[in-house]
Design a protein around this ligand. Structure first.
Ligand SMILES: [Zn+2]
Length: 235
């Protein structure tokens, strides 16, 4: 792959740019250490501004989810440890980095709320405490809806570009679907997917293509824990 993409349109904002960059469809920092070395990490042409903006979203979401992962999980190997390090000033490379980690730590701690009872809804599927574990207080990590939506849209645009060689126009509807814990109605649709993309332990993506070949359903399973769906169709 060339060092830099040829000038052209960014696949996210569709603006023309003379200096496009390569953006990882599945964020590089989200791959667990258990990922086989021969897995190709999909890259797509993106403008610098989208690359940076999406990078911040991925980083923010990773800290929130990473804190909730099991340190002994093979599909998430190294992610919980890396997340904790990223908010620990002890690991800072210099004074500026130590300060940035402290700020990140304060921000996330500030947003964690403690509850005596476990909330009935609003919990991501598979993110309830392990059965049999009891807490006096449950720490709740807040995941803003907007982060999930932007992350979903970014991955969908990237995958469609890689596997379908299409740049989705901005009018496309990219709907994020998050189911309740005990609801397998959407998961059942994926018993016979059109494609499965297994990117090592960290990411397993299933795709169902509609006959018109311009609408799709996706199932994303990240770290065998974080599961969501996307429905993609023209307006
Ligand atoms: Zn862009």
């Amino acid at each position: 792959m060339a060092k830099r993409p040829k000038p052209g349109k960014c696949i996210y904002c569709l603006e023309y740019s003379d200096d496009l960059t390569w953006d990882h469809v599945l964020p590089v920092s989200w791959y667990p250490e258990s990922t086989p070395k021969n897995i190709e990490k999909w890259k797509v042409p993106a403008c610098l501004s989208c690359n940076r903006r999406l990078g911040k979203i991925e980083e923010d979401l990773l800290v929130r989810l990473g804190l909730c992962l099991d340190p002994n999980s093979i599909p998430a190997l190294g992610i919980p440890h890396k997340t904790r390090r990223s908010v620990n000033p002890v690991y800072g490379r210099n004074e500026k980095d130590r300060k940035a980690r402290t700020r990140k730590r304060e921000k996330i701690l500030d947003e964690i709320t403690w509850s005596k009872t476990f909330p009935k809804d609003g919990i991501l599927p598979n993110f309830r405490p392990k059965i049999g574990l009891r807490y006096d207080d449950y720490p709740l990590v807040y995941i803003p809806d907007s982060l999930l939506r932007e992350y979903n849209e970014k991955i969908v645009r990237g995958i469609i570009y890689v596997v379908e060689e299409k740049k989705l126009d901005l009018e496309y509807i990219i709907e994020l679907i998050i189911t309740e814990d005990n609801d397998d109605s959407v998961a059942r649709l994926f018993q016979k997917p059109t494609h499965i993309y297994d990117r090592g332990y960290g990411f397993v993506i299933k795709q169902i293509s509609h006959k018109d070949n311009c609408s799709w359903l996706f199932e994303f399973n990240i770290w065998d824990r974080f599961v969501f769906y996307a429905s993609v169709y023209p307006q």
